[in-house]
Design a protein around this ligand. Structure first.
Ligand SMILES: [Zn+2]
Length: 252
């Protein structure tokens, strides 16, 4: 896995920069492994049960997120927070019907399986993930009004026409009872910035959403409610979670 990550970086940024980054990643991971062997437990991962002194730093070209990635299941802050929210607040195990999961997160896989009466359909545009349907979110191969739940996190910023994608999500969601739960990496600026291309230095994102993300959801025909993880300060520390906006949308 780290080899394919290195090859991709070498391709995008050149061998010298990719090699320098690889050395940094390997050194820091060794440091964190040593910390986990020597020092007391301070953090834990709700997705897989791993416990230790700290998580790996998440390092990409141009940015680093400290204490981020679970050494066992590779969950990040958002995955751990959403795992807890799905389990405790949303009570996913009691849900029934059809759920469409876009770009399904590996760390959440075991949790979806606890919802025995929920028929999940895992969808991605690339076959590298454990997916059941290869599909473009802008042109979905589904009938209208079929999904009681649509799960879509950090996908829309990578789609060439996100408004078209949102209209498709609106179309396939069941009227009144269906719920779209969605997030996209939002920045603090007020207006969304369109790059006009896939930006390699920003994980392939085509735009950086501002606080107007909610406006795009409403424009697609959704009634929108902003959610929060409902975690205490102690839980946020223990699971190394940072607050991030996410939304529950129903079809108007
Ligand atoms: Zn984990």
């Amino acid at each position: 896995m780290i080899l394919s990550w290195y090859r991709q970086n070498a391709n995008d940024f050149g061998v010298v920069r990719a090699t320098r980054l690889l050395v940094r990643v390997v050194w820091l991971r060794a440091y964190v492994n040593l910390s986990n062997a020597l020092f007391r437990t301070r953090v834990e991962c709700p997705c897989c049960g791993w416990r230790g002194n700290r998580f790996f730093d998440y390092i990409e070209m141009g940015y680093t997120v400290k204490n981020a990635a679970c050494p066992r299941c590779d969950s990040h802050s958002r995955h751990r927070a959403l795992f807890l929210w799905l389990q405790k607040s949303y009570q996913i195990e009691n849900k029934t019907g059809t759920a469409l999961l876009f770009a399904p997160e590996t760390a959440l896989g075991p949790l979806w399986q606890t919802a025995r009466d929920l028929q999940t359909c895992r969808i991605d545009i690339e076959s590298r993930r454990d997916v059941e349907v290869l599909a473009d979110i802008m042109h979905l191969p589904f009938s209208s009004d079929i999904a009681v739940l649509i799960w879509c996190h950090h996908v829309l910023e990578q789609v060439s026409d996100d408004r078209l994608a949102l209209r498709e999500l609106h179309r396939v969601l069941t009227k009144e009872t269906g719920q779209l739960i969605v997030s996209a990496g939002e920045s603090s600026h007020s207006s969304t910035r369109e790059f006009g291309r896939s930006e390699k230095a920003l994980s392939g994102n085509r735009r950086s959403y501002g606080t107007d993300f909610i406006v795009r959801l409403k424009e697609a025909g959704f009634a929108v409610q902003r959610l929060n993880y409902n975690l205490s300060a102690d839980e946020r520390r223990r699971y190394s979670v940072r607050d991030e906006p996410f939304y529950l949308c129903v079809k108007n």
